[in-house]
Structures are given as structure tokens and as C-alpha cells.
Design a protein around this ligand. Sequence first.
Ligand code: 5AD
Ligand code: SF4
Length: 440
Amino acid sequence: MSEPKKLFIKTYGCQMNVYDSERMAEALGAEGYVTTEVAEEADMVLLNTCHIREKAAEKVYSDLGRLRPLKQAKPDLKIGIAGCVAQAEGEEILKRMPLVDLVVGPQSYHRLPAMAKAAEAGQKTVDTDFPEEDKFDHLPDRPKASVRPTAFLTVQEGCDKFCAFCVVPYTRGAEVSRPVERILTEARGLVEKGVRELTLLGQNVNAYHGQGADGDWTLARLVRELARVDGLERIRYTTSHPNDMGDDLIAAHGEEPKLMPYLHLPVQSGSDRILKAMARKHTAEQYLRLIEKIRAARPDMMMSGDFIVGFPGETDADFDATMDLIRAVNYGMAYSFKYSARPGTPAAEKAPVPADVADARLQTLQALITQQQRAAQEGMVGREVSVLFEKPGRLKGQMVGKSDYLHAVHVETGLPVGAIARVRIVSSAPNSLAGEIVAA
Ligand code: 5AD
Ligand code: SF4
């Protein structure tokens, strides 16, 4: 038998890319590729790219530059570009980077095996279709072996919101929800392999409206059905839009113990003027009322968000409104970005805020967020949480896992990976908590 071909995948960007990379590896696995962690020994290198901000997109080209000597030393090496840069730039990539052999968008990667064969035969291919057929129907079943107790599961893709700054509606396309039964089957398969926590993924996951036997289901209904799967202990979902946060989903947070008390609900800005310019279609006040409602259903909900500073036209007063909103919400976690003008988006036509102003605002905002994150983490000391152990810690006899609130927790225990235990938090370090077992 010949040596198996080796595949190296580098993943940029969001959790959906992490999920997609796994599925691409599985698709090529069916063609005899095994994954490697070492780019130098690969027969194929796939870069699964992100286009959300300019920096992320440019990183792909600098990484490609670094692959050039590798390809020169090993002319048979095949290089593929997948993900959202592939979707956005297509053919252009081949023109700019002749060392690339294939370009495949996020909706057509089920065709990757055929494209890999073409590449092996010396043919370059580009596929950035939004095909009629559903890629999930053409991907191999998920393999049996897995060691991780947590997994991602894509339930929805694409976005119809068209926020003025965002490329996602163009790179990932229109909103599509996977049918209920497919999701349940994939979930049960993952649980059989030892997965105990599922994070349901979608660019607009709470707009989920997949087909069930009796019509369209909401995300809340899907969550409640998944909660009935024996062995599945924790459910999370990301990313949500405030306008799709239905009452049934909020109610589920109060009633379904398997649904974890952590919610990523980006708002981007606290200024109504900027929210309007961003085409977010809600006000700051509406967002704050929504969070009140969520916390009424689940008082211990840990809130997470995304912010953009320096959106075109943002004044000091607009920025102050964002700071006020952050103070009002009190986030457990938040991600913040300097506005990046993206080709093809409406906001890219507008005059940008000076870079030094945006930089200063980003620093101010991040200082506040850091303060809130620290306070939220330190507030855990003395509390009892549940921890799902994900891997051994650095110290002997130690395990690391995540609490319900997604904090990393170190515990001295003989319990295995995949176990869930009640843990009392005893101390807080900058990036993690330490705790002791209360009861298994
Ligand atoms: N510039 C800066 N940040 C952006 N995001 C999306 N598009 C841009 C952009 N053009 C941020 C938003 C979004 C997160 C995934 O990335 O905050 O919620
Ligand atoms: Fe982008 Fe999210 Fe707005 Fe959709 S809702 S356009 S993914 S920021």
C-alpha cells in the first residue's frame, strides 16, 4: 500500500471555520488524506480563510508568501484556499498567487475531493458557487473516533441582515437553516462518540428556522429537542442577532437546564445614530430592554458582545454612548474591533474616522471591558459551578475544563476527560479559575 497523503489545514477566523475545517478534513480523509500538524510534511496545505476585517484577509497572503519556499522544495505540494477570502476573491487569488492550486468557497467544499484530484493531475480549479445541492448531503458521515467532549455543529449559515460594515452576507450568502432531522442525527452521532457539549453554530443562529416533520422549527424548539438526547449535557449557540431573540428562546433559557447561561449577543455600538448608520435596525434602548428580559428569565446569564469603534461618522458623543451601554450591560466577555472598510459594503464608501482617534477609542473601550471581565471572573470565587473537563492540566493530577459560564477552570482530580463535576471556585488567576470538587 502506498503512503497516505498528508493534509495540513490552517484555520482563520470564526468557529464556523473550525467546524468547516473538520468537515473538509473528513471529506479529503475519504480520499486517503490524513491530517498532519506539520506543514513541512504535507502533500496538501489548505488555508481556511477569513475575510471579516482587512487584517485577517491580508494575513492569508503573507502566509502564502511563507509557503513559497516549501512549494519550491516540493513541487508536488498542492495549495488550496478555502473559506471567505476564497469566496470573495475567487479567480483573483490565482492571478495574484500562482502557487495556489485550488480555490473553494464555503458553500462548495463538498466538491473538494474532485478538486484535489484535479490538482494532483496538474489542473487548477476555482469553485465559489452557491450550489443548488446542499453540501451537507454530500459530505461523508462524521468518523467514529473522537477524543474531545465538546463539538461544534453548524445548524444555520449565511446572513440576510446586511449590516453596513459586514461582508458576511456576501461571502456566506443568504440565510439557510439545516433540516431538524439532519441536525439531530449529527448530534446523536457526536454524542455516541463521547461529545457532551454541543455549540450550535450559525452566522445568525437565533434566526434558525429549519424544516421539521411538522413545519419550520425555531432555535428554541431545536434546543429543547436536543436537550432530550441522553448523554448530551450542555448546549450553547452562537452568534445571535438582538432582533431574532424570540420569546420562546428567552423562555428556554429559564426552563432548560442543559442550555448554558452564556449568551453572545453583539450590539456593535451604543449610539442610536451609529446603529442606524450601521443598519442594525434596533436602538440601544431596545437592546438594553432585551437584556433585562433575558436576565429576568435567567438571572445569572453571562453576557458577551462585539463592538466596532471608529465606524464612519462616529463622534466622541457616539463613543461615549457605547461606553454607557457597556457599563449598563456589564459584560462577562466582549470582543472589540477597529472598524475596517470592506470592499463592496455600503459603509466602505464613507469617510473613515482618523486612525489615531479610532485607536484611542479602542484602547479606552478595551480597558473597560477588561475590567468587567476580571470582575465577572473574580466574582466566581466562592461560588459553585459545573465544570466539563476537556484536557489534562499542566500540573500532574490536574484537569482543565469550562464552567457553565465558559471560564477555564483548573481542578485537582482523578476524573477523566468528559466528566462533569460540581466545583467550588477557590481562586482567580488572570485567565483562569482554580476550584475543588464538591461532588461528582
Ligand atoms: N470592521 C470591524 N469589525 C467588523 N466586524 C464585522 N465586520 C467588521 C468590519 N468591517 C466585527 C463585528 C462582528 C464580528 C464578528 O466582527 O463586531 O460582530
Ligand atoms: Fe454581519 Fe452579523 Fe450583521 Fe449579519 S448580523 S451582516 S453577520 S454583523
